[in-house]
Design a protein around this ligand. Structure first.
Ligand SMILES: Nc1ncnc2c1ncn2[C@@H]1O[C@H](COP(=O)(O)OP(=O)(O)O[C@H]2O[C@H](CO)[C@@H](O)[C@H](O)[C@H]2O)[C@@H](O)[C@H]1O
Length: 467
């Protein structure tokens, strides 16, 4: 049996956030569970494509309404990954330095059409098609309604929602970009007066999954306008918790770290990495180090950081380090704090994959005060590196972190997203850190929690087979 994953991101080829991590790991684990899994993604003009060479496996033209675009399907000359990966190269639309921009309707429609056009030429079609997020959300609709793709009608397809905030809306004026379909069924595309690719997928896909069970339940109450639809379609919806790639995220082999460590050497290993991190960012190594890694957007609660950090830093008993980029306002405020709290606060505004690894290893605590968190991978990376997560009880965070006050607890949880919730949680972290023996014991304990994809990859296979 085999599955074809279709996605805008895949690590290590192109990563904006957690979607890439999932699509870069799940196929690997599915392959090792005796299932054959491959990925189709766009060909971007980025570091990965510059560093590698590719073979052309197919060439043709696709149509967006009356405009024709040449495209190629490429594959890696030297197989680098633990799964087959194919790239859709539409030079005019997709081959850019960025993944997302403001002409995504045309870009991702071209990606989806080229993918399906190419698949029509295969000798054997996939057993399952697995789409990820709204960028591939029109595929379930096209499989069901477009005349051209009638041959695919019986292939079970699944859409995983990694983040329902983004839905890919566009005007009905552009509906003719979609290959001809039975216009009586145009309603499948619509939600609230626009074409909504995520809504279309929720209506047409054979199964819908979210990246944690709690997020599925939360979406039925609040899903940026799609809650009624999700309630209506709930019979085919379920939540499967993400995993992490234990080979990429392994403190024992991680090349980015100055000192590798395992559960036996966690105390000395973390100490060496913390020292390196504190030296690099001019932070007081004796104080507990609280870190944040992620997009600086409302969903992550990062707009509250400037005020919360000031409150904490004024007390002088903790250090804070932040890695992220996003809203201009937040970036400016977080950058400005650097001048006021030299020696206990620093921030790297930008994206840096290697630094993220060093922070997971060197920090004592990882902050995730998310307003919305479909799953969250950072808390699982933190656990793997012996770093205690401080999370808001929401979505996947609720499903993966137990508060230290509860049975078998190992993390710090807070109920709401307010400045005082964040500062109280950090204060609890500071107290925990002062109790050196308990902190060290927890740090060792959390490294043993298995959040690898082993279990969840099998759950997806079980779901495919149940269709
Ligand atoms: N500035 C920076 N520099 C370096 N690395 C950075 C970075 N900012 C973020 N990252 C990395 O990007 C990934 C973020 O993953 P998350 O799952 O936490 O969030 P995201 O919101 O992108 O994903 C969405 O999809 C995933 C996958 O399903 C869900 O887990 C999540 O809840 C949902 O919001 C991590 O690997 C993190 O280390």
């Amino acid at each position: 049996m085999n599955v074809t994953h279709i996605s805008a991101e895949c690590y290590p080829v192109a990563k904006v956030g957690g979607l890439a991590d999932v699509v870069g790991a799940l196929p690997k684990y599915q392959n090792s569970a005796s299932f054959s899994s491959q990925v189709i993604m766009p060909f971007y003009d980025n570091k990965f494509t510059k560093a590698n060479t590719f073979n052309t496996v197919y060439e043709s033209q696709l149509n967006l309404a009356d405009t024709s675009y040449p495209f190629k399907i490429l594959t890696l000359k030297e197989p680098l990954l633990d799964f087959d990966i194919f790239f859709v190269d539409v030079p005019e639309l997709l081959f850019k330095e960025y993944v997302y921009s403001n002409d995504d309707t045309e870009r991702f429609l071209a990606f989806q059409i080229a993918t399906l056009d190419w698949m029509l030429t295969w000798d054997a079609y996939p057993d399952y098609i697995h789409c990820h997020d709204h960028h591939t959300g029109l595929i379930p609709f096209m499989l069901q309604e477009s005349f051209k793709y009638e041959a695919f009608r019986k292939i079970p397809n699944i859409l995983t929602i990694h983040n329902a905030q983004y839905q890919g809306w566009f005007s009905h004026k552009k509906v003719n970009l979609i290959p001809p379909f039975n216009f009586e069924n145009v309603g499948f595309l619509d939600w609230g007066g626009s074409v909504n690719p995520l809504a279309a997928a929720i209506k047409c896909a054979w199964r819908i999954t979210t990246v944690s069970p709690s997020y599925m339940e939360e979406l039925k109450l609040s899903a940026n306008g799609l809650e009624n639809l999700l309630n209506h379609e709930s019979a085919k919806c379920s939540g499967i918790l993400n995993g992490i790639d234990w080979n990429v995220w392994d403190p024992e082999t991680d090349n980015y770290l100055v000192s590798n460590y395992n559960t036996k050497t966690v105390v000395s290993g973390k100490k060496a990495n913390k020292k390196h991190l504190c030296d690099t960012f001019n932070l007081d190594v004796k104080k507990p180090l609280f870190a944040f890694i992620g997009r600086l957007v409302g969903e992550k609660g990062s707009d509250l950081f400037p005020e919360a950090f000031k409150d904490i830093l004024e007390k002088g008993d903790a250090s804070i380090l932040l890695l992220g980029s996003g809203h201009d306002d937040t970036e400016i405020q977080l950058e400005a704090l650097k001048n006021d709290y030299k020696g206990t606060y620093n921030a790297f505004i930008g994206y840096d994959e290697s630094l993220s690894h060093v922070i997971y290893a060197g920090a004592d605590f990882l902050l995730m005060p998310s307003r919305v968190e479909p799953c969250g991978l950072n808390q699982m990376y933190a656990l793997r590196y012996g770093t205690i997560p401080i999370v808001r009880r929401i979505g996947g965070l609720k499903d993966t972190v137990i508060d230290i006050s509860e049975k078998n607890g190992f993390g710090i949880c807070h109920k709401d997203v307010t400045v005082s919730d964040i500062t109280n949680a950090i204060d609890r972290g500071t107290s925990l850190y002062e109790n050196n023996t308990t902190y060290k014991k927890l740090s060792k304990q959390v490294m043993g929690i298995d959040h690898s994809w082993n279990a969840s990859a099998k759950e997806y296979i079980k779901l495919y087979k149940s269709i």
